[in-house]
Write a protein of this length. Structure first.
Length: 185
C-alpha cells in the first residue's frame, strides 16, 4: 500500500511541476511579446516623430509607457534567472536592462551606455556561449542579426539606434519565445 501512495504522490508532484513549467513558459512568451511591442507602444503614445533611440523616450509626456514595459521586460530576465537557477546569467541581463531604465541617457550617459551595451552584448554572448552544438548555427544567425542591426546603425549609419534596438529586441524576444516553446534550449 505504501508503494502505491508513494507512486501516487510522485505522479502528483510531476503533474504540478509540469503545470508550473507550462505557466512559466506562457509568462515568458507573453513578456517576450511585450518586448517586441515596446517600440511600437513608444511610437504610438508619443506626440512627435520617431526618436533617435528607445532610450530617448524616457522624457515623453506619458513616460509610464517607457518605464513600465521596460521594467516588466527587465523583470522577465531576473525571474527567469532566479526560477531557472542554471540560467543565472539572465538575472544579470535583467539588471543591465533595469540599469537602462534607471539611468537615462542624458543625465547618466556613461552608466546608461554600459548597461545598454551589457544588455545587448550580453544577450548575444549568452545565445552562443550556452548553445548546444546542434543549435549553434541557428543561434549564430540570431546573433548575426543583432550584430548586423548594430553595425547598420553604428558603422554604416544607415538606420538610427531606435531601429537597431528594435531589431535586437525582436531577435532576443524570438529566442525567448522559441526557447519557451521547447524548440531551442
Amino acid at each position: 500500500m505504501q508503494i502505491r501512495q508513494l507512486a501516487s504522490s510522485a505522479l502528483r508532484l510531476v503533474d504540478q511541476t509540469t503545470e508550473s513549467l507550462a505557466r512559466l513558459a506562457r509568462l515568458e512568451r507573453n513578456l517576450a511579446g511585450l518586448c517586441l511591442a515596446i517600440p511600437a507602444l513608444l511610437i504610438g503614445y508619443d506626440d512627435g516623430p520617431i526618436r533617435e533611440s528607445i532610450s530617448a523616450y524616457y522624457s515623453m509626456k506619458q513616460a509610464q509607457v517607457f518605464y513600465v514595459p521596460l521594467t516588466v521586460a527587465a523583470m522577465l530576465f531576473v525571474v527567469n534567472g532566479v526560477v531557472k537557477g542554471e540560467r543565472s546569467y539572465n538575472t544579470l541581463l535583467g539588471l543591465a536592462l533595469a540599469g537602462v531604465v534607471l539611468f537615462n541617457h542624458d543625465d547618466h550617459a556613461w552608466l546608461h551606455t554600459v548597461c545598454a551595451a551589457g544588455f545587448f552584448i550580453g544577450n548575444a554572448v549568452v545565445m552562443v556561449w550556452y548553445s548546444p552544438k546542434k543549435e549553434l548555427w541557428f543561434k549564430a544567425v540570431l546573433v548575426a542579426g543583432i550584430v548586423a542591426a548594430m553595425a547598420a546603425c553604428l558603422v554604416f549609419e544607415s538606420i538610427t539606434l531606435f531601429w537597431a534596438e528594435w531589431a535586437s529586441f525582436a531577435i532576443i524576444a524570438l529566442h525567448y519565445i522559441l526557447e519557451s516553446l521547447g524548440h531551442i534550449e
